[in-house]
Design a binder for this molecule. Structure first.
Ligand SMILES: Nc1ncnc2c1ncn2[C@@H]1O[C@H](COP(=O)(O)OP(=O)(O)O)[C@@H](O)[C@H]1O
Ligand SMILES: CC(=O)N[C@@H](CCC(=O)OP(=O)(O)O)C(=O)O
Length: 282
């Protein structure tokens, strides 16, 4: 890989940090923030504020499952999720492409421009940034759902160095002309893993709660740090369930593959408030 800034005595495989604090921060937001205009606008203002987001490079990944479900129901489709993944037939694929790559992605990019952040919106097909493979499960037909196979690190790095803030939606492609629906938490995690070969990477999963909770219904029970042992225990006790399971699985997978730092929490954690997030450790 040729990077325009590359220093010949630095091996590309080693994580590079461009001065203190200059790494890549990948921030993922989910459906509950996207669906709430006030929260979304507050989040995008914080994301654009260098005081909160630091001096390094930034990437935003967004979901939007809630909006897709609403739209699908309004046209008579029956949404179905298995293990945090949407069963995506041809009709559902049309809905998710319109909602994720169109309506949500372009709206977020426009709002970031209004906040003086030079954002560009991408699906995985654009610039061949994220290639995936149709999920092949022995007993469940997920339809047009893709598992990430390859991230175009060269192009992504050049975009970051050009001052662009990439905004990724949850749509990827298989390289043969087929768009695929890919869980947004997984996209954030796979981008983090790929970029951790080149940069110091921090991954933040932002949602509507103040972190991983001991009791999912009680916001005062934030767990400051969670490791795999505590996760297994809380999952067995059903204190951690539903969407939090694939999110934490993605976190542990990313840490084991070299991502340096991961937190899950309320989107206001961008204002450097550590009381509203959970740090993930192996
Ligand atoms: N122990 C827990 N702490 C916090 N949230 C939990 C916990 N267990 C389950 N959850 C659920 O996980 C959800 C977050 O996952 P998900 O709905 O996939 O979010 P997003 O769409 O933002 O990615 C929360 O809204 C909450 O209902
Ligand atoms: C395959 C699959 O499940 N794709 C997800 C992509 C969107 C997403 O992940 O949105 P949230 O982050 O808001 O949940 C879906 O269609 O729901």
């Amino acid at each position: 890989m040729t990077l325009p800034f590359q220093n010949s005595h630095l091996p590309v495989s080693a994580p590079l940090s461009f001065g203190e604090g200059l790494g890549v921060r990948i921030i993922k937001i989910g459906g509950n923030i996207i669906d709430n205009p006030t929260e979304l606008s507050q989040f995008l203002a914080d994301f654009s504020n260098p005081e909160y987001s630091g001096e390094g490079y930034k990437i935003l990944v967004h979901g939007g499952g809630k909006s897709a479900t609403k739209m699908a129901k309004s046209i008579g489709l029956v949404p179905q999720m298995i293990d945090g993944r949407r069963i995506t037939d041809a009709a559902m694929l049309e809905v998710v492409v319109m909602i994720y790559a169109g309506q949500i992605n372009k709206n977020i990019v426009a709002q970031l421009q209004a906040n003086h952040t030079n954002a560009m919106g991408f699906s995985g097909a654009d610039g061949n940034l994220i290639q995936s493979e149709k999920r092949n499960h022995p007993s469940i037909d997920y339809g047009f759902v893709g598992d990430v196979k390859k991230v175009n690190i060269d192009l992504l790095t050049n975009l970051l160095l050009s001052g662009i803030v990439p905004v990724f939606c949850a749509i990827t492609h298989d390289g043969k002309g087929q768009l695929l629906n890919t869980n947004a938490d997984t996209i954030a995690s796979e981008l983090a893993i790929a970029l951790s070969k080149v940069f110091d990477v921090t991954l933040n999963y932002c949602f509507e709660k103040p972190g991983v909770l001991l009791d999912a219904e009680d916001d005062s029970t934030v767990i400051a740090t969670i490791n795999q042992e505590l996760y297994s225990k809380l999952k067995a006790e059903k204190a951690i369930h539903s969407g939090m399971i694939p999110k934490l699985d993605n976190c542990f997978h990313s840490l084991s593959k070299g991502v340096q730092k991961i937190k899950i929490g309320h989107h206001r954690m961008l204002q450097n408030d550590d009381s509203i997030c959970t740090t993930i450790e192996l």
